[in-house]
Design a protein around this ligand. Structure first.
Ligand code: 58G
Length: 261
């Protein structure tokens, strides 16, 4: 995957390419990353990239000519990119958008500043508008990094088998199970016994149960639109019968349920 970012702050990306899994992906040639300075394509002697808005109002708008020239120039190296503008008005970024983008060979990100970019760039140069969520930021650079990060870890061979992307939250539609590491007792809290048992089938069942209960409590919306496996349905039915047992015991033993406490 080739990533090209158009920005007036290309230095923001230098440490981004140089750390952790992104760095490893660059070094192994699985991705390449390049931040292009839009200012290098400004034609006037002041190298201006922004101007006052037509019709008046506050703030500045990014001029179209430097953006168009930067996009055209970058396409010399990256001939057929999906050109993405980062904006709060875009479609919301999700894991499934990340999977879609990971199939493409080339991605180009246009990072706006100020009040955004001239509308004619959106119309004639941009293929896709994406938002990382309903919040307004001072620039598209951090959203571009968020998307590059999420897409990179989906590229085959970028993550080792240890922390492969298939096991993630969302890729199976459930939140992840709880994780524990040494020590066995931390500030009086013990690691669940099943994890120390070495019984792999029981461990898998326990993990699926913690995934399901977390998803049910924190993100019930994820469960409602998802096809459940036989094992998942069995776990839910077991909970239901345990809950019914508790309710039944109450009904037999007293008047609590009737008196409304
Ligand atoms: C309003 C304000 C519209 C992406 C600023 C457009 C970019 C949030 C996101 C802008 C961004 C997001 C100028 C600064 C886009 C332009 C940029 N803010 N939620 N701000 O993904």
């Amino acid at each position: 995957m080739k990533f090209v970012v158009l920005t007036i702050f290309p230095e923001m990306f230098t440490p981004f390419w140089e750390h952790g899994i992104i760095r490893r992906a660059v070094e192994s040639g699985k991705i390449s990353g390049c931040a292009v300075n839009i200012r290098d394509f400004a034609a006037d002697k002041h190298k201006s990239t922004d101007d006052t808005p037509y019709g008046g109002g506050c703030g500045m708008v990014m001029k179209p000519e430097p953006l168009a020239a930067a996009i055209r120039n970058a396409k010399a190296n990256v001939p057929d990119p999906r050109v993405v503008y980062l904006t709060p008005q875009g479609r919301t970024f999700t894991q499934s958008v990340a999977q879609e983008l990971a199939q493409l060979p080339e991605l180009m990100f246009v990072c706006g500043r100020y009040e955004g970019i001239d509308e004619r760039i959106c119309q004639n140069f941009v293929d896709d508008e994406i938002s990382i969520g309903d919040a307004v930021l001072t620039g598209g650079e951090l959203p571009a990094m968020v998307i590059i990060d999420a897409v990179t870890r989906l590229i085959p061979g970028v993550l080792g088998g240890e922390d492969s992307a298939e096991k993630d939250s969302f890729s199976n539609g459930l939140l992840e199970h709880a994780h524990y590491t040494r020590p066995n007792v931390f500030e009086g809290e013990e690691v669940p016994e099943v994890l120390l048992s070495g019984h792999h089938a029981n461990i898998e069942t326990w993990r699926l149960e913690t995934s399901l209960i977390r998803t049910f409590l924190k993100r019930p919306d994820l469960l409602k639109n998802r096809q459940l496996s036989k094992k998942e349905v069995d776990i839910l039915k077991n909970w239901r019968s345990e809950i019914e047992y508790i309710i039944h015991a109450q009904t037999l033993s007293g008047t609590a349920a009737l008196s409304g406490d």
